[in-house]
Design a protein around this ligand. Structure first.
Ligand code: EPZ
Length: 416
């Protein structure tokens, strides 16, 4: 099995161009199923999850062509409402085609998405939304089916501001008859990106980026050219890597507005982050100050930055409390960090991190993509050579991570 090996101790220096956001590209590609004519998505990160989504669109009958950073989709001839089990099992975000298929074909059949390492991850809120739009839900044999010859606008109050549920319901509602309101909607930047694309395609969506989204149904949507927003989590990951090595980075292709919760917290730790003409400039000198972090829906501190930040806090001066309020099991990286001399105690949904003077290299394994990134970040500062296994998790969310870190001066490589 491939692994990443890192000899720690080199401060990172240089420039990184941030890729398009994975968690925007995936819903955007699903939304293309709603449109007639050609879509051309630019700045698409060429990640494994994006390749899986493209396979899924092709399996549904769409015409998909990819070339470096560009994905073209024509969904005129989608001919099946059923998603292949193996693709949904591989990637939970496959469930995002349900709303578009239901709206386009009046039917969608998806295998129950498996849980994953960070929690059970149900889709009850997605289904509640489809029912509010007039769909009938049929469950059985590990499959979920939604049926609605014609969707009609409705009112939905989300018990939890779920990102996926907000995206799925918003997509389905774009061509429903009448107006739909989604209350307690997720407000992440990726929701705004999706709404901007759908509106460019002819939809009538207002309020994306707030907790109240109003969608007035239209007849049809047409394919468009669209550029994916930069990846705020990839950006935060490089900020953490610069911080833990006492380095100096320039991050290009950044929307600093999307990073406010991360920048504020990292500045509290003592990381210098400055907005400059070409993007964000990051400077850091160790040791950093311990801080408390609680993950929350946007604009709170993002759960997708929790593991990376914990790696950093393992070396901060003092005691930090990290609380994970979004997922019920997103501390799988703690045991691995402890193998590297980190001093962390889990207490329910919180982890108490006592800063130590050094991390020591060890053989560790990634359990999900952000935990994998956290272990690479820890390895960049650890004494000795760290080996990170299960790197396929990392490939799902980071494009050319090893190559970029090499170009910044890290002693890192991947191999068997
Ligand atoms: C999206 O997942 C992201 N994935 C996740 O990124 C991210 O961590 C998450 O949003 C939160 O920001 C993509 O966009 C592809 P949720 P999603 O629905 O939509 C519960 C990464 O590392 N919930 O907001 O699945 C759920 O169990 C990934 O890039 C229900 O109870 O997240 C969880 O506890 C990981 N019922 C919480 O809500 C539902 O119907 C947040 O889930 C749906 C969700």
């Amino acid at each position: 099995m491939e692994k990443i090996t890192i000899r720690g101790g080199n401060p990172l220096k240089g420039t990184v161009k941030i890729n398009g956001a994975k968690n925007s590209a995936l819903p955007l590609l699903a939304a293309s199923l709603l449109t007639l004519g050609k879509n051309s998505f630019r700045d698409v990160p060429m990640l494994e999850d994006v390749a899986t989504k493209c396979q899924l669109l092709s399996a549904l009958g769409a015409k998909v062509e990819t070339s470096q950073g560009i994905v073209e989709v024509n969904a005129d001839n989608i001919d099946t409402f059923e998603t292949p089990y193996d693709l949904v099992r591989k990637m939970r975000a496959s469930v995002l085609v349900m709303g578009p298929l239901l709206a386009r074909l009046g039917r969608a059949r998806v295998s129950l998405p498996g849980g994953c390492n960070i929690g059970t991850r149900p889709i009850d809120l997605h289904l509640k939304g489809f029912m509010a739009l007039g769909a009938e839900i049929i469950m059985g044999h590990g499959y979920i089916e939604a049926v609605a010859p014609q969707l009609t606008g409705g009112r939905i109050y989300l018990d939890y501001p779920s990102v996926g549920a907000t995206e799925n319901i918003m997509m389905a509602a774009t061509v429903a008859q009448g107006t739909t309101t989604i209350e307690n909607a997720a407000a992440e930047p990726e929701i705004v990106d999706l709404a901007n694309y759908l509106n460019a395609a002819g939809a009538q969506i207002r309020g994306a980026g707030t907790n109240l989204i109003r969608i007035r149904g239209v007849e049809k949507l047409v394919g468009r050219e669209y550029t994916v927003i930069p990846d705020r989590i990839e950006t935060g990951t490089y900020i953490a890597a610069a911080a833990i090595t006492g380095g100096e980075l320039l991050l290009e292709n950044v929307v600093s507005d999307h990073l406010k919760p991360v920048v504020a917290k990292y500045q509290e730790m003592g990381v210098q982050i400055e907005e400059v003409e070409r993007g964000l400039k990051v400077n850091s000198s160790l040791p950093l100050a311990a801080v408390d972090v609680k993950t929350l829906p946007y604009p709170g501190f993002p759960t997708d930055m929790q593991a990376q930040t914990m790696a950093l806090l393992a070396l901060a001066r003092g005691t930090s409390v990290v609380t994970e309020s979004v997922f019920e099991n997103r501390f799988m990286h703690v045991a691995e960090l402890k193998r590297m001399n980190a001093s962390i105690k889990i207490d329910g949904r919180s982890a108490v991190v006592e800063g130590v003077d050094f991390l020591s290299a060890a053989q560790v394994n990634a359990s999900d993509l952000r935990a994998g990134a956290a272990l690479v970040i820890a390895g960049l500062a650890a004494q000795g050579v760290t080996e990170v296994g299960n790197v396929h998790h990392i490939d799902r969310g980071y494009y050319r991570l090893v190559e970029n870190l090499q170009s910044l001066g890290a002693e890192i490589k991947r191999g068997v």
